[in-house]
Ligand binder design. Structure first.
Ligand SMILES: Nc1nc2c(c(=O)[nH]1)N[C@H]1C(S)=C(S)[C@@H](COP(=O)(O)OP(=O)(O)OC[C@H]3O[C@@H](n4cnc5c(=O)[nH]c(N)nc54)[C@H](O)[C@@H]3O)O[C@H]1N2
Ligand SMILES: Nc1nc2c(c(=O)[nH]1)N[C@H]1C(S)=C(S)[C@@H](COP(=O)(O)OP(=O)(O)OC[C@H]3O[C@@H](n4cnc5c(=O)[nH]c(N)nc54)[C@H](O)[C@@H]3O)O[C@H]1N2
Ligand code: SF4
Ligand SMILES: [Mo]
Length: 659
């Protein structure tokens, strides 16, 4: 008899869907969106609707592997867990005794958004070792820093409240690909009369369905926000209770004509947008992370987040903005991660992995443990990252489901369980439901959960603190033991029964709050690698945006032929294609001084002239030249938050022979 199990999608996505898994004879046969979940509403995205193909893929890792070939060659032999763990423990110990524990670097990111498999035993283990700490900047820290500067908290308008909006600005958010469960709320708001405006250099699916699409130059949003503020102040729409004089002075430097020159958006459109936004209320802004992957991205988020405070929309249900909701999940991270277990240690920036692996001496990184991430595919400055991973004296361990490009460099590869196979507790960054999921199916072969792997390693290293024997449920209870009012009344027992529980976050979570209105830090200069920037070079005139693909999720589905095909494309405007003799469907080379990749041209008006787009990120091992778009991306950092500037990248494109 088939049974139905509750689960949660663990992928790095704002929606954190509630799933129903039909299991028949120990095997999952159907995966559906839970109709009872107010955000999931019974449907899944195209990627995860087909997740069972990934779950049962023949290339899934099912046994520990030890490297036999050269680094990067991906030749391995199966070994037992005992052999793998003994040797890993010995090698970590050796690195610590020869070079100091800071020569060990954990590297993890968003493979799963679960607390247990993402930030529990692993953190305890590395803290206890005294390993270098990792600043997890690769996605969201610039925007988070912008919000912290403005409001001191990472909260936002709940998706449910979008139905109350009368004006919706989707600003650097690819909603129909990356946040599809917000769409029904936008549809309902429009049914009730709301207007939808999209601000994105690319004509995304949602941009093509909007009432109005504005396409700024990549990285110019801060100038646009200042232009809007200029009109809001000049035309008397400012309703803010605080002292706005500093902001007013800054905005005065960006009249619509100036903002137009900096953003490529006509001055009359800036004026119209400001008027409509300020006078149609409630007005909500859905920012996702597109704006902040840019050199001025942190401050751009800060400025955009101030707009509703100026107009008064911040205080209204259905007003305000949402970049993220994650700050409300105030679980007891210290209890879970135990930063107190070890000595203070240096912190290395994950966005600078190439540098971290090749340029540090005091001590050098001698051992790298990668889990929930695939830096050989996703990190900027791919050439340097590869150089680092290829170092003969670097000992590398990778925990994953597949033999990724990163795993190909490892000394040991350990097979990990998926979210259908282990217990975890999930936050969300696009809604306010906390969710618990238990295993729905058995793990194949010898796969183990990350938390269990680090428990076993801790035992091998002789860490006798009782916290290394904590069970999964012990960990969950410790995490839930929080004094935050948002979590009041939420227990493991309730989660077990209800599967998802809404945090106690009020509508309009920033209502009544006065943000930091200092205009001083908001001066705009164009990103170095942009058409107006100091690094512009006639040899590389095109601005490349490598934003999220529709059917992939970062590199996690890169092995799928259809996904690779989607990401093998370069979108280019006819006016840029024609002078380069590039025809639709023709092979092209995209290059800059950092490297070159080959893609297939898609000529059309999905991009504006001077901008090209390549959806991120292919598996390098499947691409011609064995590199993906990140070979073109610099490791320059954002203004605040020390994040990567993935979406500021100058390139040239030429037609080339078919590969
Ligand atoms: N299908 C799919 N879903 C995903 C992912 C995926 O890979 N595929 N990845 C997940 C992850 S890790 C994340 S962080 C989220 C991200 O979700 P989003 O932030 O929505 O995705 P991005 O593609 O990073 O950027 C959003 C939009 O910003 C635009 N953009 C780029 N530069 C600029 C700019 O300078 N100004 C403005 N206004 N817009 C700009 C891009 O063209 C893009 O359409 O999505 C998650 N969901
Ligand atoms: N050019 C360009 N580069 C980008 C971006 C961009 O927009 N453009 N976006 C950036 C952003 S926003 C992000 S978040 C990063 C994403 O970077 P990553 O977080 O590295 O994302 P993925 O590439 O999906 O890799 C996640 C890996 O974790 C594995 N995994 C999943 N679950 C588990 C588990 O339970 N245990 C273990 N051990 N492994 C697991 C998956 O199989 C996969 O190989 O990429 C960044 N890189
Ligand atoms: S929309 Fe996001 S959370 Fe929902 S199933 Fe797809 S990837 Fe998972
Ligand atoms: Mo991300």
């Amino acid at each position: 008899m088939p049974s139905v199990h509750h689960s949660t999608c663990a992928l790095d996505c704002p929606d954190a869907c509630s799933l129903l898994v039909t299991v028949d004879g120990g095997k999952a046969s159907v995966l559906r969106g839970n109709p009872a979940h107010p955000i999931t509403q019974g449907f899944l995205c195209a990627k995860v609707a087909r997740y069972l193909e990934r779950e049962y893929h023949p290339a899934r890792l099912t046994t520990p592997l030890r490297r036999r070939g050269a680094r990067g060659e991906a030749r391995f032999e199966p070994v037992s867990w005992d052999t793998a763990l003994d040797e890993i423990a010995a090698r970590l110990q050796r690195a610590a005794s020869e070079h100091g524990p800071e020569s060990i670097l954990p590297y993890s990111y968003g493979g799963t958004l679960g607390y247990l498999q993402g930030s529990s035993m692993d953190r305890r283990f590395f803290h206890r070792m005294g390993a270098s700490r990792l600043d997890r900047t690769i996605c969201a820290t610039a925007g988070a820093a912008g919000l912290m500067e403005a409001y001191g908290a990472r909260l936002g308008t709940a998706p449910e409240d979008f139905v109350h909006a009368r004006y919706i600005i989707v600003w650097g958010a690819n909603v129909l690909s990356t946040n599809v469960h917000l769409w029904p709320f936008i549809v309902e708001a429009r049914r009730r009369g709301a207007r939808l405006v999209v601000i994105d250099p690319i004509t995304t699916k949602i941009a093509s369905l909007a009432d109005w699409h504005l396409a700024p130059y990549p990285g110019s949003d801060l100038a646009l926000a200042l232009g809007l503020m200029h009109v809001i102040f000049a035309e008397g729409f400012d309703r803010c209770a605080g002292d706005t004089s500093s902001l007013r002075a800054r905005a005065a430097e960006y009249p619509p004509e100036t903002a137009a020159a900096l953003t490529g958006i006509p001055a009359e459109d800036i004026v119209r947008l400001a008027r409509e936004y300020a006078t149609t209320r409630p007005a909500v802004i859905r920012l996702n992370y597109g704006v902040q992957r840019s050199e001025r991205g942190g401050r751009a988020v800060r400025a955009i987040s101030l707009l509703p405070a100026l107009t008064g929309s911040l205080d209204e249900q259905g007003g305000g903005f949402q970049l993220t909701t994650s700050g409300a999940f105030a679980l007891n991270r210290d209890a879970l991660e135990r930063p107190d277990l070890g000595p203070p240690a240096r912190t290395l920036n994950m966005a600078l992995l190439g540098h971290d692996l090749t340029a540090l001496h005091d001590p050098p990184v001698q051992a790298l443990v990668v889990y929930n991430s695939n830096p050989a595919a996703v990190a900027p400055n791919q050439t340097l990252v590869r150089q680092g991973l290829a170092r003969p004296d670097l000992f590398t361990v990778v925990l994953d489901h597949f033999l990724t490009d990163t795993a190909a460099y490892a000394d040991f590869v350990l097979p990990a369980t998926t979210f259908l196979e282990h217990t975890d507790l999930y936050f969300a960054y696009g809604h306010y439901y906390l969710q618990l999921a238990r295993p729905a199916v058995p793990a194949p072969g010898q796969c183990k959960p990350n938390a269990e792997i680090f428990r076993l390693l801790a035992a091998r290293l002789g860490f006798t603190e009782p916290c290394f024997s904590d069970s999964d449920d012990d960990l969950l209870r410790q995490a839930l033991d929080s004094s935050s009012p948002y979590l009041r009344g939420i227990t493991l027992e309730r989660l077990e029964r209800e599967h998802f529980i809404r945090l106690n976050v009020p509508a309009a979570p920033f209502a009544g709050r006065l943000p930091d209105l200092d205009g001083e830090p908001l001066a705009y200069t164009p990103p170095v690698e942009s058409r107006l920037g100091a690094g512009r070079n006639p040899a590389y005139p095109l601005e490349l945006v490598s934003s999220k693909s529709h059917d992939g999720l970062n590199s996690s589905f890169g092995f799928r032929a259809e996904v690779d095909e989607e990401m093998a494309v370069l979108e280019i405007h006819p006016s840029d294609a024609a002078p380069r003799s590039i025809a639709d469907g023709a092979p092209v080379e995209v290059f800059n001084p950092r490297g070159a990749i080959r893609l297939t041209a898609r000529v059309g008006d999905s991009v504006r002239p001077g901008v090209v787009r390549a959806p991120m990120v292919r598996w390098p091992s499947l691409a011609p030249g064995r590199s993906n778009v990140n070979i073109l991306i610099s490791d320059r950092l954002t203004d605040i938050g020390a994040g990567p500037c993935f979406y500021n990248c100058l390139v040239e494109v030429r037609a080339c022979a078919a590969s």
